[in-house]
Design a binder for this molecule. Sequence first.
Ligand SMILES: Nc1ncnc2c1ncn2[C@@H]1O[C@H](COP(=O)(O)OP(=O)(O)OP(=O)(O)O)[C@@H](O)[C@H]1O
Ligand SMILES: Nc1nc2c(ncn2[C@@H]2O[C@H](COP(=O)(O)O)[C@@H](O)[C@H]2O)c(=O)[nH]1
Length: 185
Amino acid sequence: MAKNYVLVLTGNTGTGKTTVASYLAEHYHIPQVITHTTRAPRTNEIDGVDYYFETVASFPKNHYLEHVTYANNQYGSSWEGLERAWSKHHIIAIVLDTAGAVTYARELGEQAIIIYLTVSNIDNLAMRLVDRGDDAREVKARLSSDEYVRDLAVPIGIKSVAHIIKNDDWNKTTQQVDAIIASLE
Ligand SMILES: Nc1ncnc2c1ncn2[C@@H]1O[C@H](COP(=O)(O)OP(=O)(O)OP(=O)(O)O)[C@@H](O)[C@H]1O
Ligand SMILES: Nc1nc2c(ncn2[C@@H]2O[C@H](COP(=O)(O)O)[C@@H](O)[C@H]2O)c(=O)[nH]1
């Protein structure tokens, strides 16, 4: 039986983690683990598809493998979510902040394939978030959050294992992602 893997897409806000997850779903039928958050849905985000949207009261009722606070909202991923996705495919993907990626690397070892996305010019990130349709005030708050500053660098806990992709040019990004998938199949 093929070994189970989880592709952990991590990196700063706007670097393209969700875009890569969509590419993996479209081109490889790799399911994305749906995580939980107390943040309000963005335009076009659907409960149970993009996230399980929670209230501050409902969030703690789930069983989390790890959970974090990011820009004043809570986010968490569960073992149940991983198992549900693995029941569909032996390679699955999850989008996490860098603190979550460190936990996955520690808890799952070689089963967790860490992909850290970045860009050459961080000034482009604000524009990407605005173009995505994010509220301008929220973009400002996010770019001045402690988590934004922290996620500008690869944390020590994943430095030796992370595949680092500079997502400036989408064609080059997909080539690097394709090479990682080929190494697992
Ligand atoms: N290579 C690229 N060149 C230009 N724009 C890109 C590229 N990759 C992704 N984008 C765009 O950047 C925006 C942010 O991408 P995405 O939502 O995937 O980021 P993210 O890392 O998931 O962000 P967050 O952590 O804030 O949810 C989207 O509008 C996406 O279409
Ligand atoms: N550690 C975790 N990080 C998560 C989880 N779900 C999402 N995220 C990360 O949070 C930030 C903000 O996400 P956004 O959708 O509000 O832009 C981003 O870095 C995500 O990768 C989770 O369950 N655990």
